[in-house]
Each structure stands twice: as C-alpha cells, then as structure tokens.
Design a protein around this ligand. Structure first.
Ligand code: GTR
Length: 404
C-alpha cells in the first residue's frame, strides 16, 4: 500500500517523524483581513472557510432541494424483539434510488441514532436475509464474498463487527446506514452513474463542480432528511459517523449540515482529520493520484506545496463547532497519520472557546487505548485500520455523555 508508481513518480510514504518538516497552521479565527473574536462573528462568517473547502477540495454541495420520496419496503422485529428493523427506499426524481436500513431499539420511544454510510452494501452489516443484496460496484473485492467488485450471497454479515448492532441497540441507540455506492460508486467513472450525473439538471450542478466526497456527504444529508421524518428517532440526536474515506465524507457532511448533533471520524486520515501539512503516511499527491474522483483537481495542485493551502484539516474540524466531536486513530494505521489526526483535534478548541467550551487542552498525544477529552474526544487504540468493538464502546459512551 505504501509504494506505487504513477506519472513516472515513485511514492514512498514517510514514517520518520524527523522528516515531517516544519509548518505553520492557518488560524481558523483569521479570515483574510478579518479577525474573529466572538461566537456571533464566527457564525456569521464560517461560510468563508466552507467556501474555501468547496472551491479547493471537496467541491460544491447542491443548494437545491429535490423532491425526495421515502417508501417503507419492509419492517420486522430482530434481535429477539429488542429492535425493529425497517428498510426504506429513497427516490429522487425517479432518477436515483438509495436503500436505507434503519434499526431502532424497541424499548426507546425516541432513540438517538448513529448514521453512517457503508462500503460494500447494507447486507454486509448483518446476516439478516431480508436486507436486500447490494448490486452495484462495491469497495470490496475479496473472493468469495466479493467478485469483480460485486457482492456475492456469502457477503451477508461480513462487516458485522464494524457495526456492532446489538451493542448499539442494548445501549438504547439506533443505527442507520446505506451503501455509499447508491450515491456514487467509488471509482473514477462512478460519477457517470451516480447523483452527480443523474441529478445534474435537477440539482443545477455539473458533475465536475463537485466530487465523490460531496456526493457521499449529500447522501448523508438525505438520509438525515429521512431520519427527521421517522417518529421513533430523536431528530436532535443524530450522530454522523464514518470510517476512513467515509469518515472524510462524514466530516464534510457535518461541516455543511448542522442538523447532525455530533460527528465521529474513525481513522479518516488524509483529506479527513489528519493535517495535510504533515508529510507522514498518505499525502495529497498520493491520495489525489489513487482516488482522483474524491476531490477537485485543484486540490492535487497542492501536492508538494501543502503550506500554501489556505486551510488545513483542523479548520474542517473547527467547522463542526460547537457540537461534540470524536476523532479516533489506530496505532496499526500509520498510513492515516495518527499524530496528524491528534494535532488537528487539539487545534479545534480555539473556535470552541468562543462558545465557552473546552477542547483537549494543551496535552500531548495519549497512550494506546486511553481516550482523552470530553466534548471533543480523541483516542488511538491498538490494532489495525478498522472500526471495531473497542471504538464502538467509546462512541456509545460519548453519545450517552454528550447528547443529553
Ligand atoms: C486507502 C486510502 C485512505 C483511506 C482508506 C479507506 O486506500 O488511501 O485515504 O480512505 O483507503 O477508505 O479505507
């Protein structure tokens, strides 16, 4: 994963802290000649940063609201009656459909929920046979469960550990998910068959004006629209989360859509929570060469001149203020630059301070499996690039403590 050849240039990831190089981070409170000192000024002007991220990195998000028809396809009890699982179909102008799985605890009248996209189809989150098999391109390609990037029947439940549904339900939370590929398949030509093309005229945005990250973030907000209309969900307690590339999308969704009450970035790395100015693990050059569809071409022009970017990822995190935010890394995932994720999380408190809220404080990076912070939290756990039971235990605790 660390060495590729592209455009005749070999890429070797740096994992040597002494070679990271010096950098100065842009101040989230300095917007051109304007210096922000109050929460009211921040709220009035935060669009300055959103516009810069939109014009340099993630692309625009459509402003137009489409007619969205949500149809309940099936509903049943699962987990011995502890939860109700509903399958919904969202339809946009008859041109795009997305299938959403909603699992809510029976014992809670209005449940807080975790909302996130999945990589390889809804059927991967549980072995329940009533979940429709996803039939578009998926990010997985390991036989026999996936062949030529298409899900096979044996893929049911293969990612159950990443969802921990019973643990979430037992804690009184619900879970909502859809496949990212329902909005845009994750490859360079995915946009041709996804929302960026099919809804281009309806949304008034050309495909090249936005990105796969934008399409996924847009999808998260549309699932939020659905969630807002489900009686048994507490509309004020929807936590958006995502792992890795989908963590990047969750952060972009959370920055733009303030209905998300809290945001979780699980190992989102480069283009997510990690500072781009730190040359460690994945870099702008590498990510824009491997995944040209994730960001605008303009973002790629900042490779080898990261210091000239008008922002860095701590400002994307700051745009989540004043909401609860959890950023998590894994020691076995140096590619995502855990230290870069920690440092950007630590930088958030400047903006939170405008609200009288605390951040991580002036602490050093914690040891393994030692979560730090309260409203803004961070952990680095042992183990590989993944979202696992340990992560979920922390997210549930975080949700319980911060959304009350
Ligand atoms: C990697 C990519 C990372 C991260 C990861 C994932 O190949 O370089 O930025 O997004 O995929 O999504 O698992």
């Amino acid at each position: 994963n660390t060495t590729i050849m592209a455009q005749q240039k070999p890429f070797v990831a740096n994992y040597d802290e002494s070679k990271v190089g010096a950098f100065t981070l842009p101040d989230p409170l300095v917007m051109g000649s304007k210096k922000i000192t109050t929460k009211a000024e921040w709220e009035k002007n935060r669009g300055y940063w959103l516009d810069l991220f939109a014009s340099h990195m993630y692309g625009k998000l459509p402003k137009k609201k489409l007619k969205q028809v949500n149809t309940l396809i099936s509903k049943k009890e699962i987990l011995g009656g502890k939860a109700i699982q509903s399958i919904w179909k969202m339809d946009f102008e008859g041109k795009v459909q997305a299938t959403v799985v909603v699992i809510l605890p029976t014992a809670v009248k209005k449940a807080p929920v975790f909302l996130g996209l999945n990589f390889c189809g809804n059927q991967t989150i549980s072995t329940d046979e009533s979940i429709p098999m996803f039939d578009k391109y998926v990010v997985c390609n390991n036989a026999p469960d996936f062949v030529n990037y298409v899900s096979q029947p044996s893929s049911r439940g293969v990612w159950a550990t990443r969802w921990q549904i019973e643990k979430v339900i037992d804690a009184g939370f619900g879970t909502i998910t859809a496949a990212c590929g329902d909005f845009e398949e994750d490859h360079a030509n995915g946009y041709k068959n996804g929302v960026r093309t099919r809804l281009a005229s309806a949304l008034g945005l050309k495909p090249e004006e936005w990105t796969a990250m934008g399409a996924w973030a847009w999808g998260l907000s549309r699932i939020m629209d659905l969630a807002q209309n489900i009686q048994q969900i507490d509309p004020n307690k929807v936590i958006v989360h995502g792992h890795s590339r989908l963590g990047k999308a969750a952060m972009w969704a959370g920055a733009n859509d303030q209905r998300f009450a809290a945001i979780i970035s699980n190992e989102s790395g480069e283009g997510g929570a990690a500072l781009s100015r730190r040359i460690y693990g994945e870099t702008i050059w590498r990510i824009t060469n491997s995944f040209p569809h994730w960001f605008l071409p303009k973002y790629a022009t900042y490779s080898d001149r990261e210091n000239e970017l008008p922002f860095d990822q701590h400002i994307l995190l700051s745009l989540l203020s004043p909401r609860p935010v959890y950023v998590a890394s894994a020691f076995g995932d140096q590619w995502s630059d855990p230290k870069g994720e920690f440092l950007s999380t630590r930088e958030m408190e400047k903006v939170y301070a405008l609200y009288g809220k605390k951040g991580l404080g002036n602490i050093e990076m914690p040891g393994l499996n030692q979560p730090v912070g309260q409203l803004i939290r961070y952990h680095i756990r042992e183990g590989k690039h993944d979202i696992n039971e340990y992560d979920w235990e922390q997210y549930i605790k975080f949700g319980k403590e911060e959304l009350n």
